[in-house]
Design a protein around this ligand. Structure first.
Ligand SMILES: [Zn+2]
Length: 210
């Protein structure tokens, strides 16, 4: 019999889904949300549920390699990417993934990074305490083969100066953001989405954004 998922983890996932849906970052059944549990377990949204109105039965448990505890349940298609983040960054306790207009449009136009510079909200990222900073958000090509995409993510992390930013974009698809708890992951997501929306607005006005 599968172990129960702690109530707090289910609540955190349901609330995160509601918050992301309010911002229009999880259209249709897009996006997925997970929480790291004790004992190398991960609670994650099941495939096919709208994130605006998740309930406890929309959340299931997998191991750190994405294998479901209950084989009758199908986890989110991108579970392997969540698990890859938890394996690479053991302090991570929450991962959120959304498909916003800004992250979709900008990642389609980008090279292999998107530069964010001079924004006050850069301070939401770990280790940054001033707007006078710049970060290069990694952009990976989209791939329906999740193990192959995860291998590309790991290859990119290996090339990045440590510590890696707790976020990456998938081209024309969406963003992954993580943190030491759900509040931190959501704050980082909101900060990054705000900066990406600003960048898109600047470009729409015919200007440039460094
Ligand atoms: Zn996705």
């Amino acid at each position: 019999m599968p172990n129960r998922i702690p109530e707090a983890a289910i609540h955190a996932i349901i609330e995160a889904g509601r918050r992301m849906a309010e911002r229009n970052w999880v259209p249709a059944t897009a996006g997925n949300i997970s929480v790291r549990l004790p004992g190398d377990r991960v609670a994650i949204t099941r495939s096919g549920f709208h994130k605006a109105h998740l309930s406890a039965d929309a959340v299931m448990a997998v191991d750190l390699h994405g294998a479901p505890e209950d084989p009758a349940l199908r986890p989110s298609a991108e579970t392997g990417l969540h698990c890859g983040i938890y394996r690479a960054f053991p302090d991570t306790r929450a991962v959120v993934h959304g498909h916003s207009i800004a992250n979709t449009v900008l990642s389609r136009r980008a090279g292999d990074t998107i530069r964010l510079e001079g924004y006050e909200l850069l301070k939401v990222l770990p280790g940054l305490d001033t707007h006078a900073a710049a970060v290069a958000l990694p952009v990976l090509d989209n791939d329906q083969d999740i193990p192959r995409l995860q291998a590309a993510v790991e290859a990119r992390w290996a090339r990045m100066a440590a510590p890696a930013l707790p976020a990456y974009l998938i081209r024309g698809h969406g963003i992954y953001v993580w943190g030491p708890d759900m509040d931190a992951a959501l704050a980082r997501l909101e900060g990054l989405e705000f900066m990406l929306a600003c960048k898109m607005a600047a470009i729409s006005l015919g200007g440039s954004d460094p």
